[in-house]
Design a protein around this ligand. Structure first.
Ligand code: CAA
Length: 291
């Protein structure tokens, strides 16, 4: 089946990035969110990020205009029923995702492929609650979506070969590289990345190093583009904690226990860049470590 139109559920950090790259690759994009405010702000962010690519001569002004023209927004979830591929990128809470699929499924075309951008929730379990486990898979983008090369494709136990092939072809049309992961907690990237971030928080918690020394060590000592605590703030500390909980519960191994200091930051509402405070305070001119 030829995919021409893409429905994106959720206009947050991931959703707007997905709409951006899909529109740039020539797909008609229908972007949905329950908040009109979020939709308006997503379109502004996409416009700004496309401008960034124009000014760096990655794309032309005409390509930007054509991409913007391919994006339509809607506050009505069921409008996405007419698209060929749906990517759910709502909040990382299983009950919310299940509710979205329950509402959307009766309105989908029989051939529509349904996917989730979940960073850790079981694809098999999400798929089992829909009418199309064979045409369901994980479509996991990395942040920032317009920049990162990888898309993880996760096959649930029932995902069929044609669904995988169709999704792989979409990733390739985006100019990105797909990797295939089996459906086990947090898949590949987060299974490896999150324990590293969690360990960095333990290093801070135990007083082995300060925020600055931990980040500098990994940036200068391992050539990571961001230190682990800076990266945690960038991803969102609530997301990091949610993924650690999925690993801890899903693999039943104490080596994945979330650091109490990470839990404390989340309880404080210090979630990183999006709340302007996390391991760094972003409210001033330059980020200042909070410990
Ligand atoms: N849209 C479009 N372009 C963007 C952009 C965006 N949102 N953000 C950055 N860019 C572009 C810039 O224009 C710039 O382009 P050129 O290379 O053409 O000049 C390039 O990206 C680099 O940006 P900057 O110069 O502003 O900043 P930088 O060099 O410090 O790089 C970064 C920023 C790309 C984010 C880099 O710090 C990085 O790679 N960090 C690590 C990111 C990472 O690990 N992401 C994965 C997180 S895990 C995940 O996402 C999975 C999950 O489920 C949690």
């Amino acid at each position: 089946m030829e995919i021409e139109s893409v429905g994106v559920v959720g206009a947050g950090q991931m959703g707007n990035g997905i709409a951006h790259v899909m529109a740039l690759a020539g797909y008609q994009v229908l972007l949905n969110d329950i908040s009109e405010e979020a939709l308006k702000s997503a379109v502004e962010i996409i416009d700004r990020n496309l401008d960034r690519q124009v000014s760096r001569e990655k794309i032309s002004a005409e390509e930007k205009a054509a991409a913007m023209a391919r994006i339509t927004t809607t506050g009505v979830l069921t409008d996405l029923g007419r698209t060929d591929l749906v990517i759910e990128a709502a909040t990382e809470k299983e009950s919310i995702k299940q509710a979205i699929f329950a509402e959307l499924v009766p309105h989908l075309k029989p051939e529509t492929i349904l996917t989730s951008n979940t960073s850790s929730i079981s694809i098999t379990r999400l798929a089992a609650r829909t009418d199309r486990p064979e045409r369901f898979m994980g479509f996991h983008f990395m942040n920032p979506v317009p920049v990162m090369q990888l898309v993880e494709l996760i096959r649930g136990i029932a995902t069929d070969d044609s669904t995988y092939a169709a999704c792989k072809a979409v990733v390739e049309r985006l100019g990105k590289t797909p990797t295939m992961a089996e459906d086990f907690p947090a898949f590949i990237v987060n299974r490896i990345l999150m324990p590293m971030i969690n360990e960095a928080v333990y290093v801070l918690y135990e007083g082995v190093g300060s925020v600055v020394s931990i980040d500098q060590s990994l940036k200068l000592g391992a050539n990571h583009p961001m230190g682990p605590l800076e990266l945690a703030d960038f991803i969102g500390l609530d997301t990091c904690l949610a993924i650690m909980n999925v690993l801890h519960e899903g693999l039943a191994d104490t080596k994945y226990r979330p650091c109490p200091l990470l839990t404390k930051y989340v309880e404080a509402g210090w979630l990183g860049r999006k709340t302007r405070r996390g391991f760094y305070d972003y409210r001033g001119e330059v980020p200042v470590p909070t410990r």
